[in-house]
Design a protein around this ligand. Structure first.
Ligand code: ADP
Ligand code: TRP
Length: 323
């Protein structure tokens, strides 16, 4: 069973990305031939600054490895290192109806706002379908916002198979458990578009400052407080055991505790959680040739598989050498 997913390198990873997606990719590694890639081609629909993208895609690779992606258990690569995917995208586009792409939300939302969409954004779901279908992927773990795109990939694969025979594997989405949305420093969903994020690799001093600035209500210190509605407590839960949570919840309910104390507890828990990843990241940053060798080996493995799948389709649709 092949598990595959991609993540766009459009900013440094924050707690929402980690608990909502990355941690779950890591949990799935090794139980299959897991493929994870950094979607740098997709990122080009929003980042048009070469130096910036170069920095972000390597940051993403370092971050994923530091957070626990094991090169021995999963294949990590850059999307753009597998040019076969671009050819596959073309083949898929020739069977993709316009209406299927017109109803996809990224394009539809932009158009509804009266903004000009480019062909890259319009055909984004076909590139995503190529990413998935190129490797005979069975299961694609994604956030709920991406489920529509997996359905499009499945539809396109079905159309190819109807025209040319059983060539492509039909993938299924596995929705990640982001039902418990990670709140940002302002209480809204943590997202880089809201500028309310706390990054996974924040240094302790800055981390503490960010945590101390999390918005809380103005209940006086002496009054009892409600843990369930407080973002500080919601975040604390991500890093701690049920016993630790019960202890802090009791402090909330008893009164006499200021939010500063809860924030300090959150800081200590989060700092302890990410400290090993920070150390590992520093080691990786000091050994970029190793990181490059992981990415190169990943790209080779991914390309081998993509060549095989593309070869099947090329042959079926009349391309390539005379059989
Ligand atoms: P952002 O909203 O910061 O732009 P992305 O859309 O790039 O983040 O997120 C990549 C993945 O990370 C999403 O598909 C989703 O699964 C997960 N994710 C992002 N923010 C959160 C959050 N606040 N809570 C839970 N999961 C999240
Ligand atoms: N579009 C996805 C996102 O923004 C990233 C992505 C690109 C992806 N290709 C993919 C995810 C293939 C899963 C499978 O999150």
């Amino acid at each position: 069973m092949r598990v595959l997913s991609g993540i766009q390198p459009t900013g440094r990873f924050h707690w929402g990305n980690y608990f909502g997606a990355i941690r779950q990719y890591i949990a799935l590694q090794g139980n299959a031939q897991s493929f994870y890639f950094i979607a740098d081609w997709h990122a080009l629909t929003t980042i048009r600054d070469g130096a910036k993208l170069r920095e972000l895609r390597y940051d993403a690779a370092l971050d994923l490895l530091a957070l626990g992606l094991e090169p021995a258990q999963a294949t990590l690569f850059f999307q753009s290192d597998v040019p076969e995917v671009a050819e596959l995208q073309w083949l898929l586009m020739t069977v993709t109806p316009m209406w299927l792409l017109e109803k996809c939300h990224a394009y539809k939302d932009k158009k509804a706002k009266g903004l000009a969409a480019d062909a890259g954004l319009f055909t984004y779901p076909v590139l995503m379908a190529a990413d998935i279908l190129a490797y005979d992927s069975d299961v694609v773990p994604v956030g709920v916002d991406q489920v529509q795109h997996i359905e499009v990939a499945r539809d396109i694969a079905q159309r190819i198979n109807n025209f040319y025979g059983e060539i492509l594997v039909l993938p299924s989405a596995r929705t990640l458990d982001d039902s418990a949305k990670v709140p940002g420093t302002d209480g809204d969903k943590m997202s880089k578009s809201y500028e309310n994020t706390i990054d996974c690799f924040e240094e302790p001093k800055k981390l503490r400052k960010k945590i101390m600035a999390i918005k809380t209500d103005s209940t006086p210190v002496e009054d009892p407080k409600i843990p369930e509605t407080c973002s500080v407590f919601t975040l604390y839960k991500l890093f701690t055991t049920p016993e630790q949570q019960a202890t802090l919840a009791a402090r909330y309910r008893a009164g006499g505790m200021g939010y500063g104390e809860a924030k300090q507890a959150l800081f200590e828990a989060a700092d302890a959680w990410f400290a090993p990843a920070r150390a590992k990241r520093a080691d990786l940053a000091a050994d970029l040739p190793f990181v490059q060798s992981v990415l190169d080996a990943g790209a080779t493995r991914a390309r081998d598989k993509a060549r095989e799948v593309l070869g099947r389709l090329r042959k079926a649709c009349g391309l390539g050498p005379q059989p």
